[in-house]
Design a protein around this ligand. Structure first.
Ligand code: AMP
Ligand code: ZN
Length: 673
């Protein structure tokens, strides 16, 4: 294949894979099998290996720290991870009960459990120590995600009791609680990153991250519900007993589990949780019913796909039909436009729903939404309901399609859409009211300048009154107290409080200020990295895209966004004003925790998995001794710190360039000397 041909194919694959990722993670509606996805990803990897000049840092093969990758070792399951036969109907459940009775008689019990809506995981323990965590994959083999699993606090790394088998496997479901989902997803939206559709997708996306430090930051939980070991049947007679034991070994086992002696009791359990599930802090999508006795389980056996001794009853996702009235287009802080459907109010899962998410223009197109349509609205785990489809039987013959606006609904600027992105943006950053207000709200927020005595509403009021036009105006409020006191609901006390908050914000460290500016893709972590690396805003403003990109784990997309931001004269003026008001635009010397200088002037790349330290720890170690971290291997690099499982192409490249390849031990020696 020629370079030109390869370039075309690489572009094609990149576009397709990005779209599949989007379908999978955001829409939760994949249109391709995992296998086919992997094949395409492998093809792309292979082309990038053959033609390194075509390797884009934004390639789906390179996504680290925030996006998915598929590069994990495949491991065969000792006991295949079968699925469960499932049903939505009471009658089929009674049929299941009949079949069980025919096979094993009338003397048996069922265990009823919640069917957690997450992703299943298989954990292997040897002598009480967690050895391996593997995803279900295709049931026969899955991905080895052990390093990520270790970051989950609810999964013990080492059992503290005894009585467990020397070697056992335990299975369960990894999930994210709704509150954490909401919080982290909002953060992603604020940082201009793709939002996940629901907690399950977020959990699944998280467990497949390459960057375990990021996994650790996202709180996951894990409920365990199956024990396997060679001598299991000698230790326990029943599944129920095994669950009690497993709990005593330190595993998280759901308390909402019941022993039932008849199908009527099972149905009562199902009915109870159909209502009560909304009070749980996480999502379930049904109930799993298992025959309790191990001997009886063996008698019943398996079909090719699932055990005959278990079944899952799935709750219908609550869906209602209602009239679609109009679309509102909301403009966020980053200029991203989100379409929201306004609906004729309707009762759904206990609440009145008036609005539903439409995601973006592609989604409206996919739905083929027309004016006056009757739509199906569904509430899964997510708080905002979704428009799932259109009832075509009720469509008016002359219904007009919904045309996505060409202009910003607020400021009238033509909208833009970047290649390969589904979202439209209003590019009028400094003139579009919701963007200005949003940026100021971001600036004063808890994680940014944390200005006490000021809230989102204050900003909105002040903006409408012409008291604030951009972030720097916040520091002029001190001189506008006469005007402020005229405002309704603004007493001297709250003004004093706010002024004190504004003054205090001038002490916020540089990294917070950098984050507060609201540069697209510069979230908290990136802001910290940039601040630590460049030390002053002047150095950062003077840096080229390449220099910014050379900072460890800062990609091209971020680097481009930063240089674009500072290229705008207005932004530079704002920085000057912030400087005059005394806002921190440099790292205070004492903030850099320096432990030594032995690595000064040396550059490093860290790759692979390490025994003694995490990658984050190695990073800190290098930086605190004056070393610099680079993101990729080039002729300028001094050392490659190589761990286990490092990519062969990286290794080859480093060898070719004659770069010193060292182990973590050798790094320590380097620091020591
Ligand atoms: P399905 O994917 O619909 O075939 O359902 C089977 C899946 O349900 C299993 O692979 C598990 O991941 C999941 N599951 C959730 N909760 C439980 C539970 N309590 N017992 C067994 N499987 C469960
Ligand atoms: Zn606008």
């Amino acid at each position: 294949m020629s370079l030109a041909e390869a370039a075309i194919r690489v572009e094609e694959l990149t576009r397709e894979l990005n779209e599949y990722n989007y379908q999978y993670y955001v829409l939760a509606a994949p249109t391709i099998s995992d296998y086919d996805f992997d094949q395409k990803l492998k093809e792309l990897e292979e082309l990038e290996r053959q033609f390194p000049q075509l390797l884009d840092p934004d390639s789906p093969t390179q996504k680290v720290g925030g996006d998915i990758t598929q590069r994990f070792h495949t491991v065969r399951h000792r006991w295949p991870m079968l699925s469960l036969s499932n049903t939505y109907s009471e009658q089929e459940l009674r049929d299941f009960d009949e079949r069980v009775r025919k096979a094993i008689g009338n003397d048996f019990e069922y265990v009823c459990e919640l069917k957690f809506d997450g992703l299943s995981i298989s954990l292997t323990y040897e002598n009480g120590v967690l050895k391996r965590g593997v995803t279900r994959g295709d049931g026969i083999q899955g991905d080895d995600v052990t390093t990520n699993v270790r970051t989950i606090k609810k999964i013990p790394n080492r059992l503290k009791t005894d009585g467990f088998p020397d070697l056992f496997e335990i299975r369960g479901e990894i999930l994210m609680h709704r509150a954490a989902f909401q919080r982290l997803n909002n953060e992603r939206i604020e940082n201009g990153e793709m939002a996940y559709a629901n907690p399950r997708n977020f959990a699944a996306g998280t467990i497949k991250l390459q960057n375990s430090a990021e996994v650790a930051r996202r709180p996951l939980d894990c409920f365990l519900y199956f024990l396997y070991s060679d001598n299991r049947n000698r230790l326990f007679n029943t599944h129920w007993d095994s669950l009690q034991a497993v709990k005593s070994w330190g595993f998280h086992v759901s308390e909402h589990t019941a022993l039932c002696t008849s199908i009527e009791e099972v149905l009562a359990f199902i009915a109870k949780w159909d209502e009560a599930r909304y009070n749980l802090s996480y999502d379930i999508d049904g109930i799993v019913i298992k025959v309790n006795d191990y001997g009886q389980q063996e008698e019943l056996g398996f079909t090719a796909k699932s055990p005959r001794w278990a079944i899952s009853y799935k709750y219908k996702a609550e869906q209602v039909e209602t009239l679609f009235q109009s679309v509102s287009y909301q403009v966020g802080r980053t200029g991203a436009v989100t379409p929201v459907a306004n609906l004729k109010p309707v009762l759904l899962a206990g609440t009145t729903v008036k609005r539903a998410s439409l995601h973006n223009a592609n989604e409206i197109e996919r739905l083929d939404l027309r004016e006056g349509d009757t739509v199906f609205v569904e509430k899964g785990g997510e708080i905002i309901p979704k428009v799932m489809g259109v009832n075509l039987l009720k469509r008016q013959p002359d219904a007009q399609p919904i045309l996505y606006p060409l202009l910003c609904p607020v400021c009238g600027t033509p909208l833009v859409r970047k290649d390969g992105e589904a979202v439209h943006y209003c590019p009028n950053e400094d003139g579009c009211p919701p963007q200005i207000v949003g940026r100021m709200q971001h600036f004063i927020g808890r994680k940014a300048m944390d200005i006490e005595g000021m809230g989102d509403e204050t900003i909105e009021t002040f903006f409408k009154r012409g008291l604030l036009h951009n972030i720097t105006d916040i520091y002029t409020l001190t001189d506008k107290q006469d005007e402020l006191i005229q405002l309704e609901r603004f007493g001297q006390k709250s003004i004093d409080n706010m002024i004190a908050g504004i003054e205090k914000s001038k002490e916020k460290p540089f990294e917070k200020v950098l984050f507060a500016l609201g540069i697209r893709y510069v979230g908290e972590t990136v802001a910290k990295k940039l601040a630590n690396h460049f030390k002053t805003i002047d150095a950062l403003m003077a840096a080229s895209k390449e220099e910014i990109q050379s900072v460890y784990e800062v990609g091209e997309r971020i680097a481009e966004s930063v240089t674009e931001y500072f290229a705008i004269a207005l932004h530079r003026q704002q920085i000057e004003r912030l400087r005059q008001y005394g806002v921190q635009l440099a790292i205070e010397e004492k903030e850099i925790q320096r432990l030594g200088d032995s690595l000064t002037g040396k550059s490093f790349v860290i790759s692979g998995v390490f025994e003694q330290f995490s990658r984050e720890e190695l990073t800190a170690l290098i930086e605190s001794h004056g070393g610099k971290l680079l993101s990729s291997i080039s002729g300028k690099l001094d050392f490659l710190v190589a761990g286990d499982k490092m990519g062969p192409s990286k290794l080859a490249k480093a060898e070719k360039l004659g770069i010193a390849i060292i182990s973590e031990q050798e790094l320590l020696q380097l620091i020591g000397s």
